[in-house]
Design a protein around this ligand. Sequence first.
Ligand code: BEZ
Length: 210
Amino acid sequence: MALQLGDIAPDFTQDSTDGTINFHEWAGDNWVILFSHPKDFTPVCTTELGEVSRLKPEFEKRNAKAIGLSVDPLDDHKAWEGDIKETQGHGLNFPLLADADRKVSSLYGMIHPNANDTLTVRSVFIIDPSKKVRLTLTYPASTGRNFAEILRVLDSLQLTDSQKVATPVNWTEGDDCIIVPSVDNETAKGLFPQGWDEKKPYLRMVKLQK
Ligand code: BEZ
């Protein structure tokens, strides 16, 4: 069965551009963005890996680390690195798993045989510090991902883990949030002394205090 939200992200040991990685040990206390891409020396993948490298400071601000994967061998990954830097302006600064034996892609269901029976699709897993899967996304090979969206989800997960709120459509950091329905108004008064805008009893918008 496919990995589902709340499952423990399977552990593995695999070769990478940063040496052999034991996944849970490597993840440590960080949030992790584990993502697959179909193939080395391909145009969309080249842009994605440059972008993830560019965003490294944003991941770090959120106590998060990125790790990529494709089923190409390590030698190909290493040969490709120079092209990423040359064309995207950012060299690879996170590990790229060389999953030639498909160990990790099988564990995570990253090969969708009816799309392509040998290459990985564009999967994304956000994994929290307790190793639970908190987001799964699957994109087709022809569509490069929007990593700003992945950062947005990370912000939402970290916020909603720490406060009794959920984030509305198109929310970004700093926007108003929603008081979760499990919090009654009496409790909400203590949690949100700044008050809230009650559009419906179940839709209470709140501006979070800094
Ligand atoms: C790409 O990264 O450009 C790509 C990879 C596999 C299939 C289609 C596009």
